[in-house]
Design a protein. Structure first.
Length: 290
């Protein structure tokens, strides 16, 4: 079931209304989080809400209610949806007001939660891996380092280019030609059995799943390096994978038309994904590629 919560009131999607004067609609003047459930329970909800509050602070949007209270609203909406598993998009906009770029025109922040049945990528994506391309682009988030903002036009166009090339995802290159992240994912590579991923200073959005994987890798005895990544590094990598809340760990087997390593998902990718699923309580469940 799909549900919407607007300022704490739960509605059917057909009943949900937001003003056309809302700055989230007019300018993408908003922040958000995407949260999935395991066993029907929102995963890492306090961390997501804390990151939402940080994003809001970085773009000078006042949180309308405390993060813990907003998290409770998310949990209530997910529970009301009664899906076996859901994902929720929790948003805060600067609010509505007269048309004009001045943020002071906004009257009060608006909070919205969208709940949808969880749909995972096809098993073939995990079994066989996916293709990605690299795209040089500028993103609205580059002006608000580390904030997850609603204006995704740069990433949207990059993902459109990926789809036109028959690829699953686009890896964003910054002005120096370094790999930052995917349009909706973080990127990792395996080099000489070490795990490498761009640091936060590279301009990434530090994902919740990314943080879990870094902890898991350290616990599993994998050497982790947070350092800049170039397309040349990707080309020389033994393995590459993406991480995100919905996809968890997704192996990449082709970049810009060239194979990664042996062109199949690698053992480190598989091992980290299995360890992640044990961490979230799915250790006895089939892996997504099975």
């Amino acid at each position: 079931m799909r549900l919407v919560s607007i300022d704490g009131t739960i509605l059917e999607p057909s009943e949900a209304r937001v003003s056309v004067y809302d700055r989230g609609f007019l300018y993408g003047d908003s922040v958000f989080e995407t949260i999935r459930t395991y066993g029907g329970v929102p995963f890492a909800l306090p961390e997501h809400m804390a990151r939402l509050a940080r994003s809001a602070e970085r773009v000078a949007i006042t949180m309308p209610i405390p993060p813990t209270a907003f998290g409770e609203e998310v949990a209530r909406a997910v529970e009301r949806a009664t899906n076996p598993e859901s994902y929720a998009r929790a948003m805060v906009t600067r609010g509505a007001g007269p048309v004009g770029l001045d943020p002071g025109l906004a009257e009060r922040p608006l909070r919205v939660v969208l709940v949808e049945p969880l749909q995972l990528p096809p098993a073939a994506h995990y079994r066989d891996g996916v293709a990605v391309i690299t795209v040089r682009t500028e993103r609205a988030a580059d002006a608000a380092h580390g904030a997850k903002v609603g204006n995704y036009l740069g990433s949207l166009l990059a993902l459109r280019a990926a789809r036109e090339a028959g690829a699953h995802e686009a890896l964003v290159l910054d002005s120096s030609g370094r790999v930052v992240e995917g349009t909706t994912s973080n990127v990792f590579l395996v080099r000489r059995s070490e795990l490498v991923t761009p640091p936060e200073e590279a301009g990434i959005l530090p994902g919740i799943t990314r943080a879990r994987l870094l902890d898991i890798a350290a616990a599993e005895g994998v050497v982790v390096r947070l350092e800049p990544v170039t397309p040349t590094d990707l080309a020389a990598a033994e393995e590459v994978f993406l991480s995100s809340s919905i996809r968890e760990v997704l192996p990449v087997v082709r970049i810009d038309g060239r194979p990664v390593g042996g062109g199949v998902p690698g053992p480190t990718t598989r091992a980290l994904h299995a360890a992640f699923r044990r961490r979230v309580g799915l250790g006895s469940a089939p892996m997504p590629w099975e």
